[in-house]
Write a protein that binds this ligand. Sequence first.
Ligand code: FAD
Length: 455
Amino acid sequence: MNKNRIEKLREGVEEGKLVIYWMRSAHRINDNHALLRAIKLSNELKVSLKVIVIFPEYILNQTERFLYFYLEGLKEVQLSFHKMKINFTVLMNPQIKSINEEFKGLSHLVTDKVYLKEDLKFEDKILKMLSKDISIEVIDTNVIVPVRKASDKMEYGAYTIRRKLNQQLEDYLDLEGLPSYKEPRYKNNNSLMIDNIEKIVNMNFPLRDRSVRKSKYFFGGELEAVNRLKFFLEKKIRFYSERNHPGENVTSSLSPYIRFGYISTNRIVHELRNALNTNKIKKIDYDSFIEQLFVRRELAFNFVTYQKNYDVFEYITEPWCYQTMKEHALDKRDYIYSLSDLENCNTHDKYWNSSMKEMKKTGYMHNYMRMYWAKKIIEWTNNYKEAFEYTIYLNNKYFLDGNDPNSYTGVAWNYGRHDRPWIERKIFGKLRYMNSKGLERKFDMQTYIDFVNKL
Ligand SMILES: Cc1cc2nc3c(=O)[nH]c(=O)nc-3n(C[C@H](O)[C@H](O)[C@H](O)COP(=O)(O)OP(=O)(O)OC[C@H]3O[C@@H](n4cnc5c(N)ncnc54)[C@H](O)[C@@H]3O)c2cc1C
């Protein structure tokens, strides 16, 4: 592992007694630098290792869809740790008493890096409960180039970060197999056992949002992520140049798996390169996929890291965008829809309604339709701020890949972030505009409508 992934938050004075890996965003065994680091430390120090997952309070009122996908992944991880004889604990209520109990004897804490506010706030809360004398390391394992190494400032666009990322790519293709764990002192504990997921959802999450049901199209976990990647490389990537067509379904649909850390993007690049080197995929497809998976995605992480108010309308975009929106704030809107109209797929636009249906049914939406979907909300609401807030709300409520740096950056892009000025128009000003005629001109949209109707 490249040492630059390690951020030392605290250099403790405690003698080595126990290493804990606090698993937060990388819910996988393989290609997880934080787990690797924790196992190595425990072997070096000759002390036990424990892996802990702590449910933050905000998980209690998550949607059923989120909970199933999350617990399916955790169940798989739990089984793997059991086989590896590594003690794995899931803590439901992070009270000081349970934290003290579970972290007793801790000398070294290792955790995977998180990037969004709520998670950082929760990190702060937990770290405050721990002794000042322990060592704490945060490992940036969910991106290829660690965010602060990629760039030390907020980047203007893909064209300003691409070179910086590409120059460092080779240094961070640093996958290693896990060493065997030498201090197995596995014991049962009071952890929440992830066995019957339906029962856990019903019993342990009374406050959940029941209106968003489990997705029939996505099953959580590392195994499913790997299978999807294989399928994509074997059957779909050769059509990737057609990816903008909403009805063709040739993209990887890996975003929920990447979002939950079920697969590392580093692994995906590794497998892509293998396929490229054995002539199983074409360079042009490799390059376009890397542009999304690596450049666009890591640009999103750059944005949420250096713009702390990434979720506040007044901070999401560039001065030229606010200026043009100000100039067009009073332009007449031909349609105004309420949040409930939007959420109920109740607009005059059949393509838009289909995209909202796709999102609600599956927890996913095609990228091109995401752009169209968010652009239309700008056109059909009272003002830009309202549009932004509705879009973020719907995005994070329904998408399994929601609440991710990509969510905030993807939505901000519709307001000009990482984009450029276009020809001036009503309502949009110089922001990029999209319309249904454009969809019809470029694609056979009936295939998309048919696809959604069959869901
Ligand atoms: C309004 C709007 C909202 C969005 N909300 C989200 C979201 O909540 N979560 C999310 O992960 N992505 C979001 N995106 C980005 C993009 O649409 C999705 O990542 C992509 O559609 C996921 O499908 P896929 O896995 O099949 O993509 P593929 O084409 O197979 O790409 C592979 C991976 O690359 C990354 N990627 C692809 N496109 C982008 C992009 N434009 N920006 C950053 N990373 C990208 C994703 O991790 C994706 O899984 C949003 C985009 C827009 C315009």
